[in-house]
Design a protein around this ligand. Structure first.
Ligand code: DGL
Length: 277
């Protein structure tokens, strides 16, 4: 890792648009870094695919980002972090982090009663990885995990504030509330976009933990530790130009980024790069 250029861009990837919630945090916490994002919009969702498939997709993307000369990678997808991160660490030569460990550490710090809810895709829940990290930090913690597969399509349809969404949130979360949780990990990159509706449903006694925020913090610390923070400063209020790759429909991606996350992306800054199979 000795000859990595600190002024190279950082690579970020997700199964689709959800990782943009992490991009938003990275832009705020690391405003001088240039981002190359890959959203696998043709193959989303990863959350109900096998471990082998998620590893294969994640490796293709990480290798592609390395071809773009990124200096470090953020796996901005809980499912890929849960299933593929250990494999990716062996496959690439740059520092790489996922969203699960930072989220778990933040939740362990947030809980008072030691009763934590985790909501995520089916693949992330069945990997048991949040429990593993949480118990490693505090063995007395009780974890109540619940897959919420309908949340991703609700977000993608823009139904982030809607009575239908409220009712589905209750359907999924009431059983966690009955367990007396005091913290809830939003363990899928789409879920922070439902934050207000989830907060209304769980009430103010439950702390919502957003791994996107914690990941950006951990990633900044990692770049500092490796001496890889960019030396390029914002000039005359100009932000670094970021590049976005998607495997399907750049227009849909741009409109989601603009409408749902207020991230304005120029048409020339989104490119299509698809993998075979
Ligand atoms: N980005 C995925 C995650 O954070 C959710 C969408 C999917 O299933 O691919 O787990």
């Amino acid at each position: 890792m000795g000859d990595i250029d600190k002024n190279s861009p950082i690579g970020v990837f997700d199964s689709g648009v959800g990782g943009l919630t992490v991009v938003k945090e990275l832009m705020e916490q690391l405003p001088n870094e240039r981002i190359i994002y890959y959203g696998d919009t043709a193959r989303v969702p990863y959350g109900n695919k096998s471990r082998e498939t998620v590893i294969r997709y994640s490796r293709e993307i990480a290798e592609f980002l390395c071809e773009q000369n990124v200096k470090a990678i953020v796996v901005a997808c809980n499912t890929a972090s849960a299933l593929a991160l250990e494999d990716l660490k062996k496959a690439v030569d740059v520092p790489i982090i996922g969203v699960v460990k930072p989220g778990a550490i933040a939740a362990a710090d947030a809980t008072v009663k030691g009763r934590i809810g985790v909501i995520a895709t089916r693949a992330t829940v069945s990997s048991g990885i949040y429990e593993e990290y949480l118990r490693a930090k505090r063995p007395d913690i009780k974890v109540f995990a619940k897959a919420c597969p309908l949340f991703v399509p609700l977000v993608e349809e823009g139904l982030t504030d809607d009575p239908i969404t409220d009712s589905i949130i209750h359907r999924y979360l009431d059983e966690l509330l009955e367990q007396g949780i005091d913290s809830l990990v939003l363990g899928c990159t789409h879920y922070p976009l439902l934050r207000d509706s989830i907060a209304r449903a769980v009430g103010q006694d439950v702390t919502l933990v957003n791994p996107a925020f914690e990941t950006a913090r951990s990633f900044k610390a990692l770049l500092e530790e490796k001496g890889l923070l960019s030396e390029t400063k914002e000039k005359d209020g100009q932000k670094p130009v970021n590049t976005f790759f998607v495997s399907d429909s750049p227009e849909q991606f741009r409109s989601f980024a603009g409408n749902v996350l207020s991230i304005r992306i120029g048409a020339e800054d989104v490119k299509v790069k698809a993998f075979v199979g």
